[in-house]
Design a protein around this ligand. Structure first.
Ligand code: F6R
Length: 329
């Protein structure tokens, strides 16, 4: 299936995850959640971290690494996410973490991680195969939210998740056409893109960067207020070049975030750097996160079309994965 159709399937992915919302629950007494994963799977951890900060629930620690934090033990609810199940760092993390915890949750479509889960009797959340990891974001995210909710560790309730589905369904066509305008803006300037926004939307900026990297094949720099005002801002006093274009992402209902980004936009404009602003829609944080994710996803695909590039293939990641086992030994 081409990438655009994989993204068009997001509504169905959320519906499917809602159908299976309570199908798996876990027992145990946990103090925090650890989500391990890389790239398009690891971003699910970033989203869960922010969702737990906004909605409540256990704190979430994200590990995008093979390195297992020293504090991991029986009080950690470990969830390893790898779409393919064959990512070296995540497999290595699971093997090491397995020495410290009796049980964990493995979210995967197949591969070595599915084998480990069956062999060790870990909780296995199976993701449908045939997609690229980044296109499976809704399914992976909503399945984990469902497992947490039905295990007494809710971050997002079923009602909030259902509402986000209705919202995304109603906005889909508008998002698709907004994405064309975003891609036109980026392609018009052909400069290094700065994707900027405000807290608590850091994961959306990371996701957007990854989308433009993997789908459009361009590098992207990200900045997020208020941290942006405490370091990066000084770099604009004497930059080597002003050959950048800014894509800012704001939540119009967040008056502080909006003012911070407006201030940041004025700094760029004074330097003659163009700015294009995206306003997030929705009535909940989850709505806005999903709205932004789909908009940036479609924008990155649209930009690939404009550049006559296949958004689906990620040759460099495949090449890296071939040598990763040799590097890690
Ligand atoms: C996203 C993508 C990569 C992978 C990453 C980890 O579509 O292709 O970012 O997500 O290389 O692989 P998985 O997700 O299979 O563990």
């Amino acid at each position: 299936m081409d990438l655009e159709n994989q993204y068009r399937g997001w509504i169905k992915q959320i519906k499917d995850a809602l159908d299976e919302w309570s199908s798996i629950s876990i027992s145990g007494d946990y103090e925090y959640v650890v989500i391990a994963g890389m790239g398009g799977s690891g971003i699910v951890g970033d989203y869960l971290d922010r969702l737990s900060r906004v909605y409540g629930g256990l704190p979430v620690v994200v590990v995008k690494d093979n390195y297992v934090p020293a504090y991991i033990g029986e009080k950690s609810l470990v969830i390893a996410v790898s779409y393919s199940g064959n990512t070296h760092e995540t497999i290595s993390f699971v093997r090491e973490a397995g020495k410290r915890v009796r049980n964990m949750v493995i979210v995967t479509s197949d591969g070595v991680l599915a084998d480990i889960a069956r062999e060790k009797n870990y909780v296995l959340v199976t993701i449908p195969s045939g997609f690229v990891p980044r296109a499976s974001l809704p399914y992976m995210l909503y399945r984990i939210l469902g497992v947490l909710d039905s295990s007494g560790y809710s971050i997002v309730s079923r009602g909030v998740a259902e509402e986000s589905l209705r919202f995304l369904e109603s906005e889909h066509n508008g998002i698709r056409s907004n994405a064309r305008r975003v891609a036109e803006y980026i392609d018009k300037y052909k400069r290094l893109l700065i994707l900027a926004g405000h807290s608590p939307y850091e994961p959306l900026l990371v996701r957007g960067k990854n989308e433009f990297n993997e789908n459009s094949k361009i590098p992207v720099k990200i900045e997020c207020a208020p941290e942006w005002m405490h370091n990066d801002i000084v770099g604009w006093e004497k930059p080597y070049s002003t050959d950048y274009a800014v894509l800012s992402v704001v939540d119009p209902d967040d008056s502080i975030g909006l003012k911070l980004v407006e201030y940041m936009e004025s700094v760029y404009r004074e330097l003659g750097i163009p700015v294009y602003r995206i306003e997030l829609k929705g009535s909940s944080f989850l709505d806005k996160l999903m709205y932004g994710s789909l908009l940036l996803g479609y924008s990155s695909i649209e930009l690939a079309y404009k550049r006559r590039i296949n958004p689906l293939v990620t040759t460099s990641i495949a090449k890296y994965k071939e040598i990763a086992s040799r590097i890690y030994g």
